[in-house]
Structures are given as C-alpha cells and as structure tokens.
Ligand binder design. Structure first.
Ligand code: SAM
Length: 264
C-alpha cells in the first residue's frame, strides 16, 4: 500500500491530489513537504507514513528554506521519536541531527562519482565538509588517499569526528573546525572539493593557493542565465574549466552544477 491509498478514507479527493508522496529519508527520519492546504491534516499524514514504513521512526516537515552560514533549515516534528540518527550511504555510516547540521541524501550519487574519480595516494581537501560525507566516502572507496576536511559549524564538526571513527578512517581522514579562510592546513592538494554551491566561488583564493600545479578544483555553484559572478571569479584566477556537469535542478532554469577547474 502507498501513502495515497493509506490516506484515502482520511483525506478528500482534492487533498489527496495535493499530497506530495515523495520525501527524503535520512536514517530513521522522514522529511515531508506539506502544502498549505494540508496543514490541518499533517499529523494524520505523518501517522500514516509511520505505519507504512517500518524503518521510519520520526516524521517531520520542512518549515522554511535553508539559510545562514550553516545552511540549516527548520524541521517541525509531526510524529515519532528524536532527530539524531545514523544514515547509511555507499557502505558508510553517518550520524547526525538534520536540524543541527547540513546533510542531503540527494547528493549521494555525486559523492560516489567523485570518490570513483580519485587515483591512489592522492591528497584531497574538502572545504565546507559538513558531517563529512564527501571526505569519508572518498577515503572508503580509495583507501590510499589522504583527506583533510574543513567545516565551520561546531556541531557538524563533532559529528564529522564521530563519523570518522564510525567508519574507521582515522588513519586517512582529518577534520578541521573553523572558517576555511583561517583553519585550512597549509599544504598542497591534488584535488579540492568545494560543496557550498551558493558562495563557494568567493573562496577560490584559498582553493587555488592550496592546489598543486595540474590539480583539480571541484567548484559547486548555482548557475542560471543571469549569474556572471562565478565565471568572472574563475577568469580572475586564470582557471581552465575542464568539465561542467549539472548535478541537481535548483529552480526553473537554474541548476546546481559542478565545475571542474584545472590549476596550471
Ligand atoms: C551545502 S553544506 C555541504 C556539507 C557537506 N559537504 C555535505 O555534502 O553534506 C555547506 C557547509 O559549509 C559550511 N560552511 C559555510 N561557510 C563556511 C566557511 N567559511 N568555512 C568552513 N565551512 C563553511 C556550512 O556550515 C555547511 O555545513
């Protein structure tokens, strides 16, 4: 039985039509989008979802957009238990509370793709690393690589430390807590990953100064028709775009993209 069928006797036909049946699941936490017209029935919807999916123990709804330096969004609990959970991705375990640290299940394919591009023994820097998924998946898939991760949200940093232990990658992954401009180790790396699409381009100075000659910077950005700032920054730093891929749709006509930039 799916969610619509489970709610057939509790929602009107019009309400059933506006019900969004797809949702993200992080560990045991399901995150719904509830349209305005269904707010009065949100607890009924959440209870139905709990009954239907045995692996889901908490149901909440998005109540706002992501905002602020930590890129967090408010989540309102509708049914079930707590928010701290352990999520499985690409054979790795990630502990987190989605209210307190950024994590998106939708980027799992991108993380795996990047990990599969790495060559043995490369040195990787992940700026804006959150609870550690890019760095830890990379270290697990390419065990010879050395990964440094930099994150400013202290709670995300605590989870990153715990996730390094959970995945037994203490030998290859190190986490640095603070502003990327201040705490990035003064070393040179073969690849630098910058998964902060809204503003990562403003940190190209730090990435370029930490990248080996011939190395690659993975710059995530939001690109629409009118955004020229990102391209101007790339030109200013004399970087060559060697690859450009759409990662996820962001808004009509706007994409979250990954720009692969070569440092000469
Ligand atoms: C879009 S999230 C990506 C997190 C993680 N890489 C992931 O994929 O789950 C961007 C992260 O950058 C962090 N951040 C923002 N500004 C920063 C800065 N100046 N230095 C270090 N981290 C920063 C935020 O706290 C947030 O966790």
């Amino acid at each position: 039985m799916d969610l619509k069928e489970a709610l057939r006797s509790k929602l009107t036909d019009k309400e059933l039509q506006s019900l969004k049946t797809s949702f993200d699941v992080i560990g045991h936490v399901a995150i719904l989008e509830i349209p305005e017209g269904l707010v009065k029935k949100e607890k009924i919807i959440a209870q139905a979802l709990l009954k239907l999916h045995k692996n889901v123990k908490t149901v909440c709804k998005k109540s706002g957009e992501r905002s602020g330096t930590y890129r967090l969004r408010k989540l309102k609990k509708l049914a079930g238990n707590g928010f701290e959970t352990v999520h499985k991705e690409s054979g790795c375990l990630f502990k987190l509370d989605p209210r307190k640290a950024y994590f998106s299940v939708r980027e799992s394919t991108e993380r795996l793709r990047l990990a599969q591009e790495l060559k043995p023994k490369e040195k990787i820097l992940v700026l804006f690393s959150g609870i550690g998924p890019f760095g830890i998946v990379a270290a697990k898939k390419q065990p010879g690589c050395i990964v440094d991760m930099v994150e400013i949200n202290p709670t995300a940093c605590e989870y990153a430390e715990e996730n390094i232990r959970l995945n037994k990658v203490q030998e290859s992954v190190k986490s640095f807590c603070g502003d990327a401009n201040k705490v990035t180790p003064s070393k040179k790396y073969d690849r630098i990953v910058m998964p902060l699409p809204e503003t990562a381009y403003r940190f190209l100075d730090i990435a370029v100064s930490h990248c080996k000659k011939g190395g690659i910077i993975y710059l995530y950005a939001i690109l629409g028709k009118e955004n020229t700032e990102v391209e101007e920054e790339i030109k200013k730093h004399k970087l060559k775009i060697v690859n450009k891929r759409n990662v996820l749709p962001y808004a009509p006509g706007v994409w979250k993209v990954c720009l692969e930039l070569k440092v000469d």
